[in-house]
Design a protein around this ligand. Structure first.
Ligand SMILES: [Zn+2]
Ligand SMILES: [Zn+2]
Length: 118
């Protein structure tokens, strides 16, 4: 069996040898980066779409206050419309029932939770 020649990984300064472009570790890294990029592209397009802008306005006129603050007995104007089930987890992007109005603070908290950081 002829063996494929090993080449150095294309990642800068990575000493691993590979028969592809990247070593197995950096192949995974590149794949993750690519997925993140795709997702960013999608959200940029989605959040600037007229459909979303319209739905967002409708939601804010129905619930002008932060729904989390309301639950805690506080009254804070909402500045953010958030997906209860994130789109990337299969939540409906344009379903008003999957939306909640949040203040800046609660949006940050939820964002961290979604990323598994709280
Ligand atoms: Zn590498
Ligand atoms: Zn709040």
């Amino acid at each position: 069996m002829p063996r494929k020649p090993d080449r150095p990984c294309s990642y800068p300064r990575c000493p691993e040898l590979t028969d592809g472009q990247y070593c197995s570790w950096h192949r995974r890294e590149e794949y993750k980066k690519y997925n993140r990029f795709k997702r960013d592209e999608f959200s940029k397009r989605f959040y600037s779409s007229p459909e979303w802008q319209r739905l967002r306005k409708k939601k804010l006129s129905q619930n002008p206050l932060c729904e989390h603050c309301e639950r805690e007995g506080r009254v804070t104007p909402a500045t953010v419309v958030d997906h209860i089930v994130p789109i990337k987890e299969g939540g409906a992007a344009l379903d008003i029932n999957n939306l909640q109005s949040l203040c800046r603070y609660h949006d940050d908290v939820k964002g961290l939770k979604d990323r598994g950081m709280v």
